[in-house]
Design a protein around this ligand. Structure first.
Ligand code: TYD
Length: 330
């Protein structure tokens, strides 16, 4: 269910629709008044400037990014182009079209990796370790530079790992859910004791709404729901919810440079903007499994030929080493 927090606002959704972009996800609001879709690339500064002027846009919220760490390991170039170059062009377009506020959706990964204790704070120095994280950190630096140099009103939000409906099944949770449905192997990288801090996508969206409407100019906010879990615990919970047993778990070759632990201190956004998450992780995970179960045709469509090639590039050799010769995603 898609809920519009501000139905009276004009929203222009700009998306170039690369592999994870999917108009079907927004079909429910596609014909509602005040919503427009424009297929455009954020790197096309002229086009974006024209769109901003045409609609009199006041706020840009930059969600556009290449976002998958494993893909950045295979090929970093698109991450530089879109995440850094695209953000820079959007910033320039924002200045040209006199946009009032620029909100950059960033990530906890800019901070690097934690040991077994502590949590990232907004003041933690950036220390990105994957090509993806490096591109997001570079983009954050450009946003801060435009704030300081050009006086652009900017806000940066850095969120922990999201889960929930409509997530593209290259990410841990939907990938494991769909493999479990199919009775296929669940490829756990390394020992599976890496820790991620999970937040439901709707809690993240509510935090972004507050950043758009209430944050002071130049602010940076961490967003996280204090749900730290080792990957293996998450995978086991998914097996439980799908009625599968642990024999499906396969420990496969680890991701190169794999960050061990992320944890967010989100005290600032709670204190200053009054945000708090509403979703309990266990309940949210069960609802997410139910959503994927109820949306089989959607899952089939997103796991198209391109997804199959990606899956086999990423996982076939790893699974072979773990004793599984061939397995197909449906
Ligand atoms: P992911 O969803 O890719 O998010 P991120 O890398 O941004 O945290 O991965 C979450 C965790 O799950 C991460 O520690 C890597 C691990 N993982 C696996 O063990 N197997 C997989 O097939 C995937 C996609 C991720």
């Amino acid at each position: 269910m898609i809920r519009r927090l501000r139905p009276d606002d004009l929203v222009v959704n700009v998306d170039v629709l690369t592999y994870a972009g999917n108009l079907e996800n927004l079909q429910a609001i596609s014909t509602t008044p005040g919503y427009h879709f424009v297929r455009a690339d954020i790197r096309d500064q002229e086009r974006v400037t024209a769109v901003l002027r045409q609609h009199g846009i006041e706020v840009i919220v930059n969600f556009a990014a290449e976002s998958h760490v494993d893909r950045s390991v295979t090929s970093a170039e698109p991450f530089l182009d879109t995440n850094v170059g695209g953000t820079l062009r959007l910033l320039e377009a924002a200045r040209t079209a006199n946009v009032k506020r620029f909100v950059q959706i960033s990530t906890d990964e800019v901070y690097g990796s934690l040991g077994s204790t502590g949590a990232f704070e907004e003041t933690t120095p950036m220390a990105p370790r994957s090509p993806y994280a490096a591109s997001k950190a570079a983009a954050d630096h450009f946003v801060a530079a435009f704030h300081h140099t050009h006086g652009l009103d900017t806000v940066i939000t850095r969120c922990s790992n999201n889960y929930g409906p409509y997530q593209f099944p290259e990410k841990l949770i939907p990938l494991m859910i769909l493999n479990a449905f199919d009775g296929n192997a669940l490829p756990v990288y390394g020992d599976g004791m890496q820790v991620r801090d999970w937040i439901h996508v709707e809690d993240h969206c509510e935090a972004i709404d507050l950043a758009v409407t209430r944050a002071p100019s130049g602010a940076v906010y961490n967003i996280g729901a204090e749900n730290e879990r080792p990957n293996l615990d998450v995978v086991r919970a998914i097996l439980n919810l799908t009625g599968r047993d642990e024999s499906l778990i396969r420990h496969v070759t680890d991701r190169p440079g794999h960050d061990r632990r992320y944890a967010m201190n989100a005290a600032r956004i709670r204190r200053e903007l009054g945000w708090s998450p509403r979703h309990d992780f266990e309940r949210g995970l069960a609802d997410t499994v139910a959503w994927y179960r109820a949306n089989g045709p959607w899952c089939e469509r997103v796991r198209s030929g391109a997804y199959r090639s990606y899956y086999s590039e990423q996982y076939a050799a790893r699974l072979r080493v773990a004793g599984i010769d061939s397995e197909d995603v449906r």
